[in-house]
Structure formats: structure tokens, C-alpha cells
Design a protein around this ligand. Structure first.
Ligand SMILES: Nc1ncnc2c1ncn2[C@@H]1O[C@H](COP(=O)(O)OP(=O)(O)O)[C@@H](O)[C@H]1O
Ligand SMILES: [Mg+2]
Length: 352
């Protein structure tokens, strides 16, 4: 049964109990008054009887709430059961040395993808080549498939053989632990655990010194904010710790990229909550970080991707434009439209 069905049944049940209660009370008062007037029972008997009706119905009023709680618990149990029964991915995330990490050109060949059990084509005949050490910028409308493409690169979903290659090896033939260890994927959802900043950046791996964590927070422009906190990188954030602003959360998450030694770095919409000044300084540090590494920056801000070696514009799962910033500006397409919209917005913010 779904949550909505549980709500419907418990509302119906509580309404029925209410109606029965009103009905019994009404009959008791009407019929009881007559008996009192006829002197068959005393007024005390009538009051006592209405009290019994209250006693009888009070547990019934609780019943719909209890049933709905039990139903919800059963639904949650089934959901958890699904998670517990998932097949474990064979991941040995520790212990991959720098030499073992994969690197090289990334090549995507005529990739078409739909999510399992859903016939909608999410990516339509995508071909991309990223040379080792170069940066690819991806810009596109919401829902155009940017995150899906990254999920496939990390093999979070199964992709056909012969579609995605790193260093000429089909990613389906690369050991999963090696693949995931070689790619630093900074996601758009800023997921933070309710624990210390240190554990949030190191992701609970214990082989990092405090100084390394602090260095990564400096590069991601969050060290001043952390310096103002009483416990520094040991400050607990989240539910029982301090709350961070959207921009601060993004910068904590971005610190992970500076800490990891991956050869491939992906930023998926991770700069959206940063103010212009922080973003500019951070981008300089990121340029330093990705020197010699392969980098993919997904952003809808032209300023984040304009220096990339190659930029692709995605729309409804298709690559509709491709080139450098200057080449794309010459095309009178979507990129140019984004550029004009954003430059007029920037001018407005300078004028105001
Ligand atoms: N797990 C999923 N199952 C089915 N459809 C999905 C799933 N994740 C995303 N989609 C759909 O795929 C499309 C592309 O999503 P996404 O890759 O997140 O876009 P973008 O990152 O460009 O905003 C959207 O229409 C979205 O609704
Ligand atoms: Mg996305």
C-alpha cells in the first residue's frame, strides 16, 4: 500500500469513528432524557452512561493513527529491505596507489542512453573526445542529460560495450574501484554528512593529515570561514552541528577535489551558489589543480567554462554546438544566447 492509500484509509476510518460517536451520543441523550423524564433511570445514570460512551470511543479515536503508523512502518521496512538486498559492488576503495590510477584521453562514441525501465531517450548519439590534460566545458538546459553523462562515465549505470573509453580501454573493462578512485566527481547536490568538516572532506578516509585538509580548504576558499569556528576542521556540521550557507556547503564539497589525487576531475554544477569574487579566485585555484589533469566543468555560467579547451552545448540529450568560447560566440546559437543573457545581467548588477 502506498503512503497516499494509507492516508485515505486512515481518514475514512477516523471519519467513520467520529460519525458513530456522534450518533451514539445523540441517541443516548435523546432516549436517556426520555427515560429520565419517565423516572426509569436517574439523571446520574444518564451522566454515567455518557461517560462510558467516552471511555469506549477514546481508544477507537486512536485506532486510525495507530493503523496508519503500522502501515507506514511496513512501507518503510519494504523500502529498507530493497536497499539491504542490493547486490554489493565489488569496491576496494582504499589502497590504490597513484601509479595505478587510470589517466589518459576520454573518448565517448555514439552513446545513446535511456534509464532502465524508461523508454525516454536521455542521451542521443553523443560523441566527445577529451585529450589528457585538457578541460571540457559542458553547458546546457536543465534536464539536458549533463549529470546522466557523468553517471555513465563513473559506471553508476550500465553502459553498452564500445561506447566510453579511457586511455583506449573500454570502461566496462576497467576495475570499478580503479575507475572510481581515478575520478574525482564533485556533484551538484552538495551532500554533507552530519559530522566534522574534516570527515566531510576526507570522506572518512584516515590517511590524511590535518595540514592536508587545511590546505584543501584554503584552495577552496573556505578556510577563513572555518577559522572563525571554535573547533576549526573538527566543527560538526548538519543536524546537530552548525548550519552552513549554500555557498559554504559548496566550498566544503569542492575541498574534496583539492584533497584527492585523482587524474580526472569533474565539477558538476558546483559553483552556482558562489558569489562572483569567490568564484573568480576559486577558478584560479582550480586551474592550478587541474594542470596536467583531465577536467570536465559542467556549469550554466559562461564565466566558469569560457577558458575550457573545448565546450559542448547540450540540449534535450543532443550536442547542438561544440567549439571554443570564441568559436561558439560566432555561432548565433544557444551559447551566444546564454552569453548575452548573462552579460546583460552582470551589467545590471554592476549598475545597481
Ligand atoms: N534515475 C533516473 N531515472 C529516470 N530518469 C531520470 C533519472 N535521473 C534523471 N532522469 C531524467 O533524465 C533527464 C536528464 O537528467 P540530468 O542528467 O539530471 O540532467 P541535467 O544534469 O542536464 O540537468 C531528465 O529528464 C531527468 O528527469
Ligand atoms: Mg545535473
Amino acid at each position: 500500500m502506498s503512503n497516499i492509500a494509507v492516508d485515505i484509509y486512515s481518514t475514512l476510518l477516523s471519519s467513520t469513528v467520529m460519525i458513530c460517536f456522534g450518533f451514539c451520543y445523540g441517541i443516548t441523550i435523546l432516549y436517556g432524557s426520555r427515560l429520565v423524564l419517565n423516572k426509569t433511570i436517574s439523571i446520574g445514570d444518564l451522566v454515567a452512561f455518557t461517560g462510558y460512551i467516552d471511555l469506549f470511543f477514546t481508544p477507537l479515536f486512536w485506532l486510525p493513527g495507530i493503523i496508519s503508523k503500522i502501515e507506514r512502518a511496513i512501507i518503510s521496512y519494504h523500502r529498507l529491505e530493497k536497499v539491504f538486498n542490493l547486490e554489493k559492488e565489488n569496491l576496494k576503495l582504499e589502497g590504490i596507489s597513484n601509479n595505478e590510477r587510470i589517466h589518459g584521453d576520454i573518448s565517448i562514441k555514439n552513446l545513446t542512453f535511456n534509464y532502465p525501465g524508461n523508454m525516454d531517450i536521455i542521451l542521443d548519439n553523443i560523441s566527445i573526445d577529451i585529450k589528457e590534460g585538457e578541460t571540457l566545458g559542458i553547458i546546457g538546459t536543465i534536464g539536458s542529460g549533463k549529470t546522466t553523462l557523468m553517471n555513465l562515465l563513473l559506471r553508476l549505470y550500465q553502459v553498452q560495450d564500445g561506447k566510453i573509453f579511457i586511455n583506449n580501454t573500454d570502461i566496462n573493462n576497467i576495475e570499478l574501484a580503479k575507475l572510481r578512485n581515478s575520478v574525482s566527481y564533485i556533484t551538484q547536490d552538495n551532500f554533507l554528512f552530519s559530522t566534522t568538516i574534516k570527515d566531510n572532506i576526507s570522506l572518512f578516509r584516515e590517511n590524511f593529515e590535518d595540514s592536508e585538509i587545511e590546505e584543501s580548504t584554503e584552495k577552496s576558499m573556505i578556510s577563513d570561514d572555518i577559522g572563525n569556528m571554535k573547533n576549526g576542521i573538527y566543527t560538526v556540521i548538519g543536524e546537530r552541528g552548525i548550519d552552513l550557507s549554500g555557498g559554504q556547503k559548496q566550498r566544503v564539497v569542492i575541498s574534496r577535489a583539492f584533497l584527492n589525487k585523482s587524474n580526472i576531475v569533474i565539477f558538476d554544477d558546483t559553483f552556482s551558489a558562489l558569489d562572483n569574487k569567490t568564484e573568480k579566485l576559486l577558478l584560479e585555484n582550480i586551474k592550478e589543480l587541474v594542470k596536467g589533469k583531465t577536467c570536465i566543468i559542467i556549469s550554466n555560467r559562461i564565466s566558469d567554462i569560457k577558458d575550457a579547451n573545448n565546450i559542448i552545448v547540450l540540449d534535450k540529450g543532443k550536442i547542438i554546438e561544440q567549439g571554443t568560447h570564441l568559436e561558439l560566440l560566432k555561432n548565433n546559437g544557444l551559447y551566444n544566447k546564454f552569453y548575452n543573457q548573462q552579460s546583460s545581467r552582470d551589467e545590471d548588477s554592476i549598475l545597481n
